[in-house]
Design a protein around this ligand. Sequence first.
Ligand code: ATP
Ligand code: MN
Length: 452
Amino acid sequence: MLKKKIKELLKEKPNTQAVVRGWVRTVRDQKSFAFIEVNDGSTLGNLQVIADANIPHYAEAMSKLATGASVVISGELVESPGKNQALELKAKEIRVLGTCDPAKYPLQKKRHTFEFLRTIAHLRPRTNTQGAVLRVRNALAFATHLFFQQRGFLYIQTPIITGSDCEGGGEMFRVTTLEKPDPEKDFFGKSAYLTVSGQLEGEIAACALSDIYTFGPTFRAENSNTSRHLAEFWMIEPEMAFADLKDNMECAEAYLKFCVRYVLEHCKEDLEFFDKFIENGLIGRLQHVANSPFAHIPYTEAISILKKSGKQFEFPVEWGIDLQSEHERYLAEEHCKKPVILTDYPTDIKSFYMRANTDGKTVAAMDILVPKIGEIIGGSQREERLDVLEKKIQDFGLKREDYWWYLELREYGSVPHAGFGLGFERLVLFTTGMENIRDVIPFPRYPGHAEF
Ligand code: ATP
Ligand code: MN
């Protein structure tokens, strides 16, 4: 028989037999009966169990029941007189599978700080906030596949261990079996790293299968201790053949909106929780994102907007700078008050593979900046012209032989193509209102932290 979770049990008709399996959130012992709140992670809400003192082995069960204990309780679902839930379970049998010493259990009923919860990542999924985060995260992953599959994109797996450092110069983790690095003697006979992006391999696939996407782990060894960076994060990277920057922007905007609408529709209860306890107005903000067209601003114009803003930025604004988070957030939060797509960045601050514009100083890049976060997506049209790309590789001081296969894609049946990368955890931050990226991935990796 299919084991039903609380989410399903709460939709049953009154007077059905049911079994709940989960962890006790609270026990209220009223002598002749007890209220037991059980949660199994399927939904934010608990199932309230009412246990009459005359059921078999009541006293024994009560002696073992405590917050954190795991239980299997069978009984009958009945209409609840309380107004918090429609149904409650009238217990017939209570089995305590795993006891939990309340004197030692680190998750007490009081509110814990997110910093503290990170130190008990093995238990924090049992909190309301982390449970809600993980359910929304799951919904966003599913929505991602739905969106791209509906559009006919193929899901491609790109390597995690790579011999090429995608952009030339990114901070990468080295993969080695040796104490002292020696590429020739090493496992792969060359230097190997953890990937910073699946894009170059994604391009290979797109140049045969037309539209593809990747969804996998990505690694950056930069020592950035911010609330928006992880050393290990998940990235979604669609790549489209026969596509230009406009197609790219259309796809990215539609994808973001699809995800937002999906969680608004499927994670109502969790979003209401976030709206109440994490970010007041979250649902309104998300509805606004789903319903308004994104703004479009070329980089050059963005620079003049920033200059005219009258704001004192920590990093001075000048044409040619790489925008900092403070600049990105000003543009999205204050100037546009909604997501904005910045285009046509200076050649020098973007990667070598971005397609050169005719002005000779900018490339067909697009970043999507959103309120609260700044950059959530980075993308571009790729340089498909062999001669232009060869020159670019040279200008960037990269070695031609490291990119031989990438160049051959431009030699054999080259097509205009474009794609982008979305940081999955930033999407989870954006849709939950959570403040720190370390709290939206189950096991965050950042400098000094790789426990669990
Ligand atoms: P940032 O400027 O914010 O550091 P980036 O420009 O270095 O980001 P890209 O190389 O463009 O990032 O990566 C594509 C996307 O991956 C970004 O738009 C962002 O959403 C996400 N991302 C990049 N670095 C990280 C990181 N260290 N942790 C989590 N997400 C990241
Ligand atoms: Mn970027």
